[in-house]
Each structure stands twice: as structure tokens, then as C-alpha cells.
Design a binder for this molecule. Sequence first.
Ligand SMILES: Cc1cc2nc3c(=O)[nH]c(=O)nc-3n(C[C@@H](O)[C@H](O)[C@H](O)COP(=O)(O)OP(=O)(O)OC[C@H]3O[C@@H](n4cnc5c(N)ncnc54)[C@H](O)[C@@H]3O)c2cc1C
Length: 259
Amino acid sequence: MNIVVCVKQVPDTATERKLRSDDKTLDRDAADGVVNELDEYAVEEALRLKEAHGGEVTVLSMGPARATETIRKALAMGADKAVHLHDDALHGSDALGTSYAVSQALKKIGFDLVILGSESTDARTGMLAAMLAERLGAPQLTLASKVEVEGTAIRVERITDYGYDKVEASLPAVVSVVEKINEPRYPSFKGIMAAKKKPVETLGIADADIAADQVGLANSWSEVVDFAAAPPRAAGTVIKDEGDGGARAAEFLASKKFI
Ligand SMILES: Cc1cc2nc3c(=O)[nH]c(=O)nc-3n(C[C@@H](O)[C@H](O)[C@H](O)COP(=O)(O)OP(=O)(O)OC[C@H]3O[C@@H](n4cnc5c(N)ncnc54)[C@H](O)[C@@H]3O)c2cc1C
């Protein structure tokens, strides 16, 4: 089975994240770049499926030059090879542009199964899996907490607000996963050393048949027009129980229209 895992480099959530003042895109140099956390679950699931059914795991990332650090981590976990979609023309692509570019690269690579995390910690659109499925004409199985493959059938348990859905589709398909699905492995020392020798192919937009007028900031359908930092949290109201704590708590909740 030919599995492609989409992996994004995102700013470390432990550091302060900023937007650039010039074009209002993410300031990727202002923070350390790490693998989007949910993508580690996607890589782990791809590796488990490969261990069970054979085949190959390819990592696909779109992003600036430093995204190779992220690619190496996925290779160190055990992925076989990687494709890095990297071109200045891609900078500032919105979700539609990103899904177009990534889908063109996927057509080039070929796949039986595409696995993604259900969202990334920077832009958090949570849309890429659905958009890729639409663009590739493949079934989308999102928010998966369990994945099983049997022949050309894929069965997924989805987590929803009301419980679990069990859904089935035929390969090729696009799956996004939630953190409940597995426990990602740590790269071993051997894996880290091996990753240095694994092939990473860099594709520009011409290599992946990506039309320049469909990507980049200037061609995005939506645009960040303004932004402001979230206000610091105000101190909460403290109610000390001096015999009337219950009544005062109820009064406070009523004043906020909670009761
Ligand atoms: C500052 C800023 C401004 C933005 N402005 C807009 C805007 O104006 N309009 C708009 O529509 N969007 C905007 N975006 C969102 C857009 O650029 C997204 O980063 C991109 O479209 C993918 O969406 P996502 O990262 O939210 O992916 P999600 O759908 O949340 O992530 C799902 C999965 O896709 C993977 N994935 C996402 N991107 C990539 C990638 N490049 N390569 C490989 N895998 C990937 C994730 O890692 C994850 O596994 C903005 C983002 C930023 C940071």
C-alpha cells in the first residue's frame, strides 16, 4: 500500500507566535519550527498500516526551506522517503491554495491512502483533508480514532459530538486522524541516523504542475486584513465563604446570566 502522510511545520506552541507586519502572514522565523503535533499521530498510523499490510510511507510537506527539519523527524520515525513542495510562489497561500498545491503534488506522487492530522496548531482551519478529498475525487474519512484496511476496503471509526460513526469506503481515500488513535513512537538513534540518508525530493510549482495563478498571497480567496493580540486575562472574582458563600456564588452566577 502506497501511503502518503501530509506533515506541516508549525511554530512551537510553547513560544510566542506572531504575524508579520508587512503581509500579515505567519512570522515563521520568530519561533522554533516543530512538527504539527497531530501529524505525528498521522505518521504513526501510516507506519502501523505499513507494518500490517506492507508498502511504502512517503512524507509530503509544503513549506519554506526549514520545513526539511520536520520532514527529517517523520523520516526518523520510520517513513521511507519524502517530498518537499517548496517554492517562493507558494508563500501566503490560503486553505484553498494550499489544498490545490498539495493535491497536485499528491497526483504526482501517486497514493492508495493519504493521512493527515485533523488540524494544524497554527492556522487551524481543519479543512485540508476535506478539500484534498474533493480535489482528488476520493472519499474523505475525517476525525478517525481507528483505521482498518482489508484489501481495498478501509473502515474508520470517527469521533463526533454525539458518539462514534463507523464508516467504510474504498481506497484510494483521504483520512484525517485525532490524537486518540495511537501513541506516536519516538525516533530511535538508529532511526535518526538512517533518516539522514533517506531520499527527500524537492518539487517546485512547475515540477508539480501547479498553476502560479492559483497559489500565493495575491491569489488567495481570503485575506487577513487586520489582527490584534488577545487581551491579557483579567483577574477572576474570588468569593470567600464567610457563612454566605453559597448565596454570593449564586448571586454572581445570576449577575452573569448563568442561572
Ligand atoms: C498568518 C496566516 C494567515 C492565513 N490567512 C488565511 C486566509 O486569509 N485565508 C485562508 O483561507 N487561510 C488562511 N490561512 C490558513 C492557511 O494558510 C493554512 O495554513 C493552510 O491553508 C492549511 O490549513 P491548516 O494549516 O489550517 O491545515 P488544517 O486543515 O488545520 O490541517 C490539516 C492537516 O493538513 C496538514 N497540512 C496543512 N498544511 C500543510 C502543508 N503546507 N503541508 C503539508 N501538510 C499540511 C496539517 O499538518 C494537518 O495534518 C492563514 C494561515 C496563517 C498562518
